[in-house]
Design a protein around this ligand. Structure first.
Ligand code: AMP
Length: 297
């Protein structure tokens, strides 16, 4: 497996693959790999001749006072995991390679970024859209892989490639969870044992919301309150947001109607902010979970 750290090295690597008519799948990550990342890499492995994974803790998507400095990094370990999963090359640039002196260009997606994480992390999706469009221009992949764990992020990227005519197919992959339901996240590493226990509340709350909707509840506020109560019943938890939203526009809804509903939340467990979501398909009077369906929209 190749370890590439410059844009030029990636361009040469990709040009060689293209000369042999090979298709390219890109898996963007911030590293500290876990099974969630590896499931994206496996999907990319199935669908492409060459799999390139980027590992870059992107400073422009972190706000002031967020965890940019302490975000976990483990490149050696990541290399081994990626190689064992069939990744052909890692692109792990230093910050100045991506944002040299004089850097001044940002990509802003409107609308869907106003809600959920966009509301509580101003500038976050601008950083995400900017770095992902740079990665798309550097690698020029046929396909790129995103986890539904970050549902809003996947929607933002899908919107961006349509709006900017970027010729990359966006493939989404279901959330990988621990046995107790906690979504895998590099940030789970921050949790103390007590907090790790509390963190199961995120998925419990989502399930509770889904059960309520499935049993016929159509008032979003009732669903929301039940989810909030589930979270606050655990030690060291604080709600950032709990939302019942339209799964396409991400706009909060008041009445649950036929169609796809997104239950999404962000919760502080101690000093760690965790997110999770679930989509529920509502068909007139019956609703079912939709988590296994890998496409948000
Ligand atoms: P990150 O390194 O957290 O920026 O995540 C890189 C990619 O992995 C994103 O597309 C995430 O949505 C995806 N990802 C992170 N955690 C999971 C998970 N538990 N299941 C599936 N995909 C995930």
């Amino acid at each position: 497996m190749q370890l590439l750290s410059t844009v030029n090295a990636v361009r040469q690597y990709v040009a060689a693959a293209r000369r042999q008519q090979q298709s390219i799948g890109l898996v963007p990550t911030m590293g500290y790999l876990h099974e969630g990342h590896l499931s994206l890499a496996r999907k990319a492995r199935e669908q492409n001749d060459i799999v390139i994974m980027s590992i870059f803790v992107n400073p422009t998507q972190f706000g002031p006072g967020e965890d940019l400095e302490r975000y976990p990094r483990a490149l050696e370990r990541d290399r081994e995991l990626a190689a064992a999963t069939g990744v052909d090359a890692i692109f792990a640039p230093a910050v100045p390679e991506m944002y040299p002196d004089g850097y001044a260009t940002y990509v802003r997606v409107e609308g869907i970024t106003e809600y959920l994480c966009g509301a509580s992390r101003p500038g976050h999706f601008e950083g995400v859209a900017t770095v992902v469009s740079k990665l798309f221009n550097i690698v020029q992949p046929d396909r790129a892989y995103f986890g539904l764990k970050d549902y809003q992020q996947a929607q933002v990227i899908k919107r961006m490639v349509i709006d900017l005519n970027i010729p990359v197919e966006i493939v989404t992959v279901p959330t990988v969870r621990e046995a107790d339901g906690l979504a895998l996240s590099s940030r789970n590493k921050y949790l103390t044992p007590v907090q790790r226990q509390s963190a199961t509340a995120l998925y419990q709350a989502l399930k509770k919301g889904a059960v309520l909707i499935r049993s016929g509840e159509r008032r979003a506020e009732i669903v929301r309150e039940a989810m909030v109560a589930e979270i606050l019943s655990r030690p060291e938890t604080r709600v950032d947001y709990v939302a019942v939203s339209d799964a396409q526009t991400l706009k909060p809804i008041t009445t649950i109607n036929k169609g796809k509903v997104l239950l999404a939340l962000a919760v502080w467990v101690g000093n760690t902010r965790l997110i999770d979501n679930l989509t529920v398909e509502v068909a007139d009077n019956v609703a079912h979970h939709d988590e296994e369906q890998a496409t948000p929209g």
